[in-house]
Write a protein that binds this ligand. Structure first.
Ligand SMILES: Nc1ncnc2c1ncn2[C@@H]1O[C@H](COP(=O)(O)OP(=O)(O)OP(=O)(O)O)[C@@H](O)[C@H]1O
Ligand SMILES: [Mg+2]
Length: 335
């Protein structure tokens, strides 16, 4: 702990929120709240709220307060953030924490100000924002302070970001406001069109994680998927195979890779040669999709490899950035 209280890195994502203290992840929860809409009050947050989905009376709504990497509902995001920060710092804290919070690259100043404001109101002494690809690069341990080019691709639940970093700053970057949730939607749409079966986002995500892949696999996996018949409304089961998931998600993956292509096109030649030599590193939960490294390599012509800890590297980087403020300050977003 610092002399004046805790120093925390926070990765405030569309699907997951993580908090890191001194390089250690101390909180990892879904960015979900269960809200009593009559009382306008949060009844549960995180995993407990997620578990309530579809099992609660009508006046309780289970919702995601973040959309495409930005705050969609300020009050709920703020309350949720306060609850999680207090869980880590203890509610009777004497010393206010210092926070470094991730925001996606390319959000508007209004959107980043909302994150800053929510983090300040939580009761922190100082709040810094950091662009997610920068946090990821620091978390992965890339030599971002040197004058060499490093390409990072962050595949989250709501956004896909690509950035070239050099000399502790972002040289070129781009964001596609699409992520893992859109892959889930694509799978649900595919199953509805092909089998007339309606499934929810959660089921679609399970299909993606269990049998999904970005590229065809030699060994096909399959699973039974339960849903509701589109015509009769009755429950029905179909068997889905890996190759069907591959087909279902191609179009959405193509929209995501636009961010990477745009960055490669705009990278200055000196840095481009570094990137061709070193390749790109993939972070975020989307890095866990089978074959995504091979898919990105094929689609961009630049070797892609997975970060060792793709899900936690962003928050570890945000936490580490608090110890590098002198070097980073001029490249952090100002609000
Ligand atoms: N094994 C897996 N295969 C495919 N996708 C996965 C796997 N595990 C997790 N994911 C996906 O990763 C996404 C969540 O990633 P992450 O936690 O990095 O997002 P986030 O930071 O909350 O979102 P964002 O940064 O876009 O706001 C989800 O869409 C989830 O389905
Ligand atoms: Mg993220």
């Amino acid at each position: 702990m610092g002399l004046f209280g805790k120093e925390l890195g926070i990765d405030l994502g569309t699907v997951n929120i993580l908090i890191c203290e001194n390089g250690k992840v101390v909180l990892h929860e879904p960015t979900i709240a269960a809200v009593d809409i009559e009382m306008m009050k949060i009844v549960e947050t995180g995993q407990a709220a997620r578990d309530m989905e579809g099992r609660v009376p009508e006046m309780i709504q289970v919702m995601r307060p973040m959309r495409s990497g930005v705050i969609a509902d300020f009050e709920i995001t703020y309350e949720m953030l306060r609850y999680f920060v207090e869980k880590v710092t203890g509610s009777t804290r004497l010393f206010k924490p210092k926070l470094m919070v991730t925001v996606p690259y390319g959000v508007t100043s209004v959107e980043s100000r909302a994150v800053h404001e929510a983090a300040l109101q939580v009761g922190s002494r100082e709040v810094y924002l950091i662009q997610e690809p920068m946090a990821a690069a620091i978390g992965v341990g890339l030599p971002i302070s040197t004058p060499s080019g490093n390409l990072v691709v962050v595949m989250g639940g709501g956004v896909t970001q690509a950035a070239v970093l050099s000399m502790a700053g972002i040289v070129v970057a781009d964001t596609a406001r699409l992520g893992g949730l859109d892959l889930d939607d694509a799978i649900a749409t595919y199953i509805r069109k092909k089998y007339g079966l309606v499934i929810g986002q959660r089921t679609a995500e399970v299909v993606k994680i269990r049998i999904g892949s970005a590229i065809p696999q030699e060994e096909e996996k399959s699973m039974e998927v339960q849903g509701q018949d589109q015509v009769t409304g009755l429950p029905r089961t179909v068997v889905i195979e890996t190759s069907e998931v591959v087909e279902a998600i191609q179009e959405t993956l193509q929209l995501q890779v636009v961010a990477v292509r745009n960055v490669l096109e705009r990278t200055p030649p000196e840095l481009a040669s570094d990137i061709i030599d070193r390749g790109m590193v993939i972070c975020g939960g989307g890095a866990l999709l089978r074959g995504i490294d091979k898919w990105l390599t094929r689609e961009t012509g630049v070797a892609a490899y997975l970060a060792e800890e793709p899900v936690t590297c962003n928050v570890i980087g945000a936490s580490r950035a608090l110890t590098m403020l002198d070097r980073l300050k001029r490249s952090l977003p100002v609000v």
